[in-house]
Design a protein around this ligand. Structure first.
Ligand SMILES: Nc1nc2c(c(=O)[nH]1)N[C@H]1C(S)=C(S)[C@@H](COP(=O)(O)OP(=O)(O)OC[C@H]3O[C@@H](n4cnc5c(=O)[nH]c(N)nc54)[C@H](O)[C@@H]3O)O[C@H]1N2
Ligand SMILES: Nc1nc2c(c(=O)[nH]1)N[C@H]1C(S)=C(S)[C@@H](COP(=O)(O)OP(=O)(O)OC[C@H]3O[C@@H](n4cnc5c(=O)[nH]c(N)nc54)[C@H](O)[C@@H]3O)O[C@H]1N2
Ligand code: SF4
Ligand SMILES: [Mo]
Length: 730
């Protein structure tokens, strides 16, 4: 089929930020390709980028604003059903309901009684305005987003050690790596195009790869060395690697002397962290730990790449600090091919944080507690009334919001494009909180498990229906472009926010903070003026260059593909003594298995976007991965229906017997509402990062008491599905 037009944009799924060519005919995307000459993907796409964006045209997209017919009383909020419980409304009506409801909460309980979730799927411009509304109109810093459930452990650790949490290398460097460690990242399924460059480094350039992961991921098949630790024992393994590096004199004394502090105390703490000690805790053979330390320590250039296995833990901060300790002691940071790389998950999770979608910072991590910064923003936002002030205390994190609702501190909630009723740990806890809300506004492209609880639901335009920018995992700011008309009456998030802000200002009798933008480029211009690190990036430049890596302070600056060449943002890098310990819920006699949750290639988070997509046919149901030895002991085989229970609840799904998961550990993806992983997970958190432990809690597994025959696809044998066949034999 011939296209009417081909529009260059950015993939809406993961943080790789692949460039796509949307082929459009009759206002419909019918094919997606990739430009061969453009970073970061150079013609490569994974199955989601190529075939998964069909959700844009799905019949279930929200078409018109919806208002709940009977507003629920606090304590009695239940999920509403469509169409019975909703009435279709005009934009004016729906925005009025939203503004009146939020305005009433603010007047009754004060600004901090309202919290908001920003959206790592929406653009920088959408998220910038979202935080601007919360801060400049409502008057609270209660803004956060899914990054809290994601790289919060990494961010906190990296901030402590080096004062910056961005990935230090660019994707372009990956194929030339000499030695690298991949830990807690199932890269081929979660950052597929990055994994192709990493695999290329191994297969074409002879790079040495060390994988540290309890699961036999596809990356482990490319590794020189694979360390299979027990879930949650990373600190022991990484400390022992550091011990070996010290004992075998593989430390980089010049680097330690010139660029770091705290080494001598740290070294003392390593004395008893022998590989044999770590083997006891982690199950990884001591000699493998020695070999890994030598490979990493002796390399001229070596880098870390990591994902949720490191971050999503009650000791996620400690895990990240253990990685930075290793990088600092070997000097493997600050030059190409070395560094610390938390692979960012969502298409725009980097950008959502960069745009101020966090409770303690404005754009590019400028602190709300810094008076000079705050006055600069006040001066800009409150040009019509110099007496107005922005809030100066950091707001609530997403994990604290749930508790804030339960304690009565929080009464009103605005969720732009997130699905906490699938993504929060311990869903019953989250549900109890939502039931207590006095007022709830949601803004999304689909119904999801969360926004069915809302009082008013605002339909947003999807990525292909709007203009703006996303910032990918290596801090490259890239364009998305409107290729098709919005579905029904859906509007871009930034347009919705501007109208909501104006109504709220009227409702609250405030002078305007400025909401007249004609195009996202004007919003970016405001961000640029308020953010020294974005100073050299504007739409004209993005048009010319395709993408620019921030920090980029001026138009003649080339952008920064890797960081920390001269010094760390905090000056010297700091060593932190980290002791192995665990606060996770460990298995016991009642719940003898460890539950580990995560992802599969074909689905996205709560499934809102991928279950309506063609991808669902490839992997249509939840699967419970169990090791063959455990399955044999329990008398279970692939395809059997099992009940999986924790202290918090039970789900029912089919069993997939595979050596991918280690003995004693069960793995399930969290994409399937009918068997939602987070019914089982635990909501205890890392005290510093406030991130929950999605990778370790206790569960038991039994043959299902009842088979849910009404489940879609339940009549097809599991082992007949192509994608699953590969897993069974793994
Ligand atoms: N297909 C797909 N891709 C995605 C997403 C998606 O939903 N679907 N989501 C995106 C998002 S937001 C994110 S954050 C990324 C996440 O990307 P990943 O972090 O790669 O995803 P997870 O499946 O959570 O897998 C984490 C890995 O951690 C390992 N692990 C478990 N426990 C431990 C442990 O104790 N220590 C260590 N070191 N490893 C452990 C698991 O075995 C697994 O290999 O993916 C992004 N990409
Ligand atoms: N058990 C378990 N739970 C986890 C994790 C895990 O590994 N295990 N991982 C955690 C991690 S790393 C993350 S990042 C979170 C993700 O958690 P969430 O962010 O809650 O999950 P998503 O499903 O990505 O939600 C995105 C929503 O945005 C909507 N959307 C898409 N595009 C747009 C747009 O342009 N505008 C608007 N307004 N809406 C849009 C989608 O329809 C969807 O409802 O989950 C966390 N939860
Ligand atoms: S690797 Fe990520 S950005 Fe690239 S096509 Fe796949 S999902 Fe999209
Ligand atoms: Mo994430």
């Amino acid at each position: 089929m011939k296209a009417d037009k081909v529009v260059r944009s950015t993939c809406p799924y993961c943080g790789v930020g692949c460039q796509v060519l949307l082929n459009v005919r009759d206002d419909t995307i019918f094919r997606i390709e990739a430009p061969f000459d453009a970073a970061p993907n150079y013609g490569r796409l994974c199955v989601k980028g190529r075939f998964g964006a069909d959700y844009v045209h799905h019949a279930d997209r929200l078409q018109v604003p919806l208002i709940r017919k009977t507003p629920p009383a606090p304590g009695h909020r239940t999920p509403s059903r469509y169409p019975d419980d909703w009435r279709e409304a005009t934009w004016a009506e729906a925005l009025d309901v939203a503004a009146t409801g939020l305005g009433r909460i603010r007047q009754t309980y004060g600004p901090d009684a309202i919290t908001a979730n920003a959206c790592a799927k929406a653009t920088n411009e959408d998220n910038y305005l979202h935080q601007k509304l919360m801060r400049a109109v409502i008057g609270t810093n209660n803004v956060d987003h899914c990054a809290r459930l994601c790289h919060a452990g990494s961010v906190t650790g990296l901030q402590l050690a080096i004062g910056s949490s961005a990935m230090s290398n660019s994707i372009a460097e990956m194929k030339d790596l000499e030695c690298f460690v991949v830990t807690g990242s199932n890269t081929t399924e979660t950052h597929p195009v990055i994994s192709t460059f990493l695999k290329q480094a191994v297969t074409r350039n002879g790079a040495k790869l060390i994988v540290i992961d309890p699961r036999h991921t596809e990356m482990a098949g490319f590794a020189t060395l694979w360390l299979r630790q027990k879930p949650g024992t990373d600190v022991a393994v990484l400390n022992a690697m550091a011990h070996v590096i010290v004992k075998e004199k593989l430390v980089n004394d010049d680097f330690i002397g010139q660029r770091t502090e705290g080494f001598s105390d740290y070294v003392e703490s390593l004395e008893d962290k022998t590989p044999e000690w770590a083997e006891q805790i982690s199950g990884v053979p001591a000699d493998d730990i020695r070999q890994a330390a030598r490979l990493y320590g002796q390399a001229h250039r070596a880098a870390f790449y990591w994902g949720m296995g490191i971050s999503q833990s009650t000791h996620g901060t400690d895990n990240a600090l253990s990685l930075t300790n290793l990088a600092l002691m070997t000097g493997h940071v600050g030059k190409p091919g070395t560094g610390l790389n938390p692979l960012r998950g969502q298409n725009n999770v980097q950008g959502c944080s960069d745009s101020g979608g966090l409770p303690n910072v404005y754009t590019a991590y400028q602190k709300v507690t810094d008076p000079d910064t705050r006055h600069r923003f006040e001066h800009y936002y409150y040009s019509q009334d110099a007496s107005r002030r922005l809030p100066d205390t950091p707001g609530l994190t997403v994990t604290e919001m749930v508790d804030g609702i339960l304690t009565g501190q929080v009464k009103g909630w605005w969720v732009m494009g997130e699905n906490p009723m699938m993504s929060e740990p311990n869903l019953r806890h989250a549900q109890e909180a939502i039931e207590q809300l006095e007022f709830f506004v949601a803004q999304d492209i689909f119904f999801n498990e969360t926004n069915v609880y809302a009082d008013v639901l605002l339909p947003a335009a999807a990525f292909a229906e709007k203009d703006g920018t996303f910032t990918n995992s290596d801090r490259r700011v890239q364009r998305i472009r409107r290729a098709v008309s919005p579905t029904g009456q859906a509007r871009a998030d930034w347009e919705i926010i501007c109208d909501l802000a104006k109504r709220l200002e009227k409702e609250l009798g405030l002078t305007t903070a400025g909401w007249d933008y004609r195009h996202p480029s004007e919003i970016w211009e405001e961000m640029r003026q308020l953010t020294p690190d974005f100073g050299g990036i504007d739409y004209a430049r993005l048009e010319r260059e395709g993408g620019v890596h921030w920090p980029c302070p001026s138009f003649d600056h080339p952008g920064t593909p890797y960081l920390f060449e001269e010094e760390f943002p905090s000056g010297r890098g700091k060593f932190y003594t980290v002791d192995y310990g665990t606060d996770s819920e460990l298995p016991d006699a009642d719940y003898p298995f460890i539950l580990s949750t995560g992802r599969v290639l074909y689905h996205w988070h709560g499934g809102t976007m991928t279950r309506p997509s063609a991808l669902n046919a490839i992997w249509p149901e939840a699967t419970v991965e169990l090791h063959p030895n455990d399955a044999a002991r329990l008398g279970l085989k692939t395809g059997d229906w099992v009940d999986l229970s924790s202290r918090r609840g039970t789900i029912t799904a089919r069993l997939l017997v595979t050596g991918r998961s280690p003995e004693g550990t069960v793995f399930i993806p969290f994409h399937f509402a009918e068997a939602a992983a987070n019914i089982l997970t635990d909501n205890r958190i890392d005290q510093r990062a406030k991130i929950p432990d999605y990778k370790v809690c206790g569960v038991k597994i039994e043959r299902a008491a009842e088979i849910p025959l009404d489940r879609a696809g339940a009549d097809i044998p599991l082992e007949d599905r192509g994608a699953i066949k590969d897993m069974v034999s793994a």
